[in-house]
Design a protein around this ligand. Structure first.
Ligand SMILES: *Cc1c(COP(=O)(O)O)cnc(C)c1O
Length: 376
């Protein structure tokens, strides 16, 4: 008996595994596994959301015009060259679907965001993985992977789950060096968190090239992950292609309204930036001081490397933290099994993580030291 069979590249996909939200048995749970903002959304967004309650029987305006205009006004961009989507994942998917087919390749870096692999395979294409150096994407390595068959180069900047980034001059060199038939997708999901002078989310490169597109999201610093709203800014011909294949009402009326309200709340955004600017360096410093390696991050999370020693591994640490209700993200699927990714949380969560890690390092070391006769 035959049954319907998906295309050959579909069943080789490992479905994306979201960050866990439960810690069975723990009295209180601190979810630090999905890079959500501890400040939550702007109260204005929540109010706008409530205001939509009486209108949800109606379809949204299909092109998300009001949202695109609000984004355009906020970031000084032409709304005609913006497309909105159900999260930026939706836009990554549309980009793959529009540009990649069987026999085509998409390039991304070794520890790059896993969604690139998923959307490439889903479109029937072949993923090509460029090596990284020090958990950071490398322009020359990406370029070396580009061939006649390459349709897209995906670059998360900063990258999830590493937190590392490429400076503007390097991304510009990548854009300049790519053959004109290759689309460069700059995924700037964490752009608002990056406070470095040498960082650029991608607007200037989109404006300078016909083959660069930037994706953004309301899921991270804006705190609207549950509503699924993202957008992309690109050359008119790319936006046109995506508009032809997106579903007709791909952003909900409620999501649009909340996102528009969120954009108007500069104070809330600034508070989220300031919170991260305080706690990201604090966490990096405190955790490093415990003898753990912390990758240098410019986003709202850090990747922590655990020793390859019995009782001290990332798996051990994960178990220990979970028992205290601290839910981090295991990132073995990214080839980083010796790491856990920690989202910057509220003050209490951050302090608990550092305390718990200190305790973990102590308790895990003690029996080993005893075995090794360190304590005589
Ligand atoms: C979280 C994240 C996204 C966005 O997700 P959406 O919720 O679909 O907007 C995109 N890229 C990276 C690198 C992310 O970490």
């Amino acid at each position: 008996m035959t049954k319907p069979t998906p295309r050959s590249t579909v069943l080789v996909i490992d479905a994306y595994v979201p960050g866990r939200s439960a810690a069975p048995g723990a009295a209180r749970v601190f979810k630090l596994s999905a890079n959500e903002t501890p400040l939550g959304p702007s109260p204005r967004a929540v109010e706008a959301l409530r205001g939509m309650a009486d209108h949800i029987a109606l379809y949204p305006e299909g092109s998300s015009r009001a949202l695109r205009e609000a984004i355009g006004a906020r970031y000084a961009l032409n709304p005609d060259r913006i497309i909105a989507g159900a999260g930026s994942d939706n836009l990554l998917e549309l980009l793959a679907l529009a540009y990649i087919g069987p026999g085509d390749e998409a390039v991304y870096s070794q520890h790059g965001f896993l969604e690139y692999k998923i959307v490439t395979l889903a479109a029937g294409g072949t993923p090509v993985v460029a090596p990284e150096t020090n958990y950071t994407a490398e322009v020359d390595a990406l370029l070396a992977c580009v061939s006649e068959r390459t349709k897209i180069v995906f670059l998360a900047n900063p990258n999830n789950p590493t937190g590392t980034f490429l400076p503007a001059n390097e991304v510009a060199r990548l854009a300049r060096s790519l053959p004109s038939h290759v689309l460069l997708v700059l995924d700037a999901a964490y752009a608002e968190y990056v406070l470095r002078e040498d960082y650029e989310a991608g607007v200037a490169l989109v404006d300078a090239h016909e083959n660069v597109v930037m994706t953004r999201t309301f899921s991270k610093i804006y705190g609207l992950a549950g509503l699924r709203v993202g957008w992309a800014y690109g050359p008119a011909h790319v936006i046109d292609a995506l508009n032809r294949i997106r579903s007709p009402f791909n952003v909900s009326s409620v999501g649009s309204a909340a996102a528009i309200a969120a954009l108007s709340d500069r104070a809330h955004l600034d508070a989220a930036i300031a919170h991260n600017d305080r706690w990201l360096p604090w966490l990096s410093r405190e955790i490093s001081a415990l003898g753990l390696d912390v990758l240098p991050s410019v986003a709202n999370f850090v990747a922590i490397r655990f020793p390859d020693a019995p009782g001290l591994t990332a798996v051990d640490a994960d178990r220990f933290l979970m028992s205290r209700g601290l839910v981090l993200r295991a990132i073995g699927a990214y080839g980083m099994g010796e790491f856990l990714r920690l989202t910057v949380g509220a003050q209490e969560a951050n302090e608990r993580v550092v305390e718990a890690l200190a305790e973990f390092m102590q308790s895990a070391r003690a029996p080993q030291d005893a075995q090794a006769g360190v304590h005589g």
